[in-house]
Design a protein around this ligand. Structure first.
Ligand SMILES: Cc1cc2nc3c(=O)[nH]c(=O)nc-3n(C[C@H](O)[C@H](O)[C@H](O)COP(=O)(O)OP(=O)(O)OC[C@H]3O[C@@H](n4cnc5c(N)ncnc54)[C@H](O)[C@@H]3O)c2cc1C
Length: 435
């Protein structure tokens, strides 16, 4: 019996859309089902009163994002449309911001680290750089760090004022449980923070371009995925459809819930929650020098992990003479905050933020609270150990894509998974044709 669809992709985040695009280019017929009313997932942008709000992802790397740049170039976007942010990252230490975190200048100036911390950091990064090929973001399980956690490889200032604020603030990780190898692979790949870029027209730029060329149904939540003799079946509000292949391009815990037969790796992949408060301001705020973001270490503040000046990221994020910034909650409190009301979340983070950005409350016009129960994947030792078996398994009727595929907390990982899975499925087709 023939299937209703050739390929059904569940999830119109950047992974699902990029995969549908790659499969179409190989002649497959693909339909994408998205539960939300809009496409983009964790790379959705909101447009409100002239403000352009990046709900999840904020930036991409000039380097370390090769799959993303392949799409950017395919769509003919110029560097003007993906501009350099052109400002640095600061970390808060003992009453003031220390600029040039993640930048060679920071190694000379300090960037919140003592001289002995900088020597320890140079040794750590130097040793990793010497074995650079072993720090391949595509194979997070293959680094010389094995299953050692971030907290195990760095103590003192390097942990408290660099690796914890970076991985806790930007990825929501718990450094006692997150493996260091994937973090170092990511840091080596993206290089200096001053090379970070953003999309001029919003972080959803590529998702919009992709969706315009694809068959996508929004507002359609898939409830269950089961295998059939010749493919798979998806259930959508009582109705069901069959497909030769179903790809679950959703966070791993969602994939495990939709398809109880998912491999153990999928069931053991952990995601960390994130919460953000977007502050729409009457005017741009001064302060923090030229930094576009401030990382706040957990040892300095257990509630607020970071502040991003969106209007410094790109002037087009806020209307003329207005400002916008984002407050990010700290990993230790995010889980609890997710069940609080919007007002409570905003009040909690705003109260903390006033210390780092004085005058914030007085310039505030409105807030937008964003919750991510599945914010970013966290590479635990258990997930790393299960990954080789997951990638070696033969192609099947139910496949998976997403940033968690390679346990890298980055949109690049989602886009790259689309390339890898498209190759897997093409390989399976060849095997069937040759049989
Ligand atoms: C706060 C935050 C900040 C970030 N900052 C950065 C950054 O600066 N740079 C960077 O590179 N990355 C960043 N990321 C990570 C980046 O956003 C993600 O890696 C990427 O967007 C993941 O894409 P995805 O397609 O794998 O998953 P998603 O974007 O989560 O897409 C999954 C889609 O599936 C849909 N879905 C779920 N369940 C169902 C269902 N039952 N039926 C149908 N559809 C369903 C969802 O609605 C969603 O649209 C950040 C993430 C967060 C949360």
């Amino acid at each position: 019996m023939s299937a209703d669809l050739d390929v059904a992709v569940v999830g119109a985040g950047i992974a699902g859309l990029a995969l549908a695009h790659r499969l179409r280019a190989r002649g497959r017929s693909v339909h994408v089902f998205e539960a939300a009313d809009q496409i983009g997932g964790r790379m959705t942008s909101l447009r409100r009163d002239g403000y352009l709000i990046d709900t999840g992802a904020e930036m991409i790397g000039t380097t370390g994002y090769p799959a993303t740049w392949r799409l950017i170039r395919e769509f003919g976007l110029s560097d003007v449309e993906v501009p350099l942010i052109g400002a640095d990252l600061a970390v808060w230490r003992e009453g003031r911001p220390r600029p040039h975190v993640g930048d060679p200048r920071g190694l000379a100036e300090g960037a919140g680290l003592s001289l002995s911390d900088r020597v320890e950091l140079a040794k750590l990064l130097g040793a990793a750089a010497l074995r650079r090929r072993a720090y391949d973001p595509d194979t997070p399980e293959g680094t010389p760090m094995g299953g050692r956690t971030v907290a195990e490889i760095a103590r003192g200032g390097v942990h408290d004022y660099l690796l914890q604020p970076l991985s806790g603030g930007f990825f929501g990780w718990d450094t006692e449980r997150a493996c260091a190898g994937p973090l170092l692979s990511h840091l080596l790949a993206v290089g200096a923070t001053k090379t970070f870029r953003t999309y001029r027209d919003g972080m959803d730029t590529i998702a919009r371009l992709l969706a315009a060329r694809l068959d996508v149904s929004t507002g359609v939540a898939v409830r269950e995925v089961t295998t059939t003799g010749s493919g798979a079946r998806i259930t959508i509000d009582g109705a069901s459809l069959t497909a030769r292949t179903v790809v679950l391009a959703v966070p791993a815990p969602v994939a495990a819930r939709l398809h109880p037969g998912a491999p153990e790796y999928v069931r053991r992949c952990e995601f960390r929650p994130m919460a953000k408060v977007i502050c729409l301001l009457d005017r741009p705020l001064e302060g923090l020098g030229r930094s576009f973001a401030l990382a706040v270490p957990a040892v300095e503040n257990p509630v607020l992990a970071g502040v991003v000046f969106d209007d410094r990221k790109h002037p087009g994020r806020a209307p003329a003479r207005r400002g916008m910034l984002t407050l990010v909650s700290a990993p230790g409190v995010t889980g609890e905050l997710l069940s609080a009301s919007d007002d409570e979340i905003a009040r909690t983070l705003l109260t903390q933020a006033e210390r780092y950005v004085p005058g914030l409350a007085a310039t505030l016009r409105a807030t937008v609270v964003l919750r991510f129960p599945h914010g970013l994947p966290m590479p635990t030792p258990a997930a790393l150990a299960l990954r080789p078996e997951f990638v070696r398994r033969p192609a099947a009727a139910v496949e998976y894509a997403g940033d968690w595929y390679a346990l890298r907390p980055s949109s690049e990982s989602a886009v790259r998974s689309a390339e890898v899975v498209a190759d897997r499925l093409a390989g399976a087709d060849l095997a069937v044709a040759g049989a």
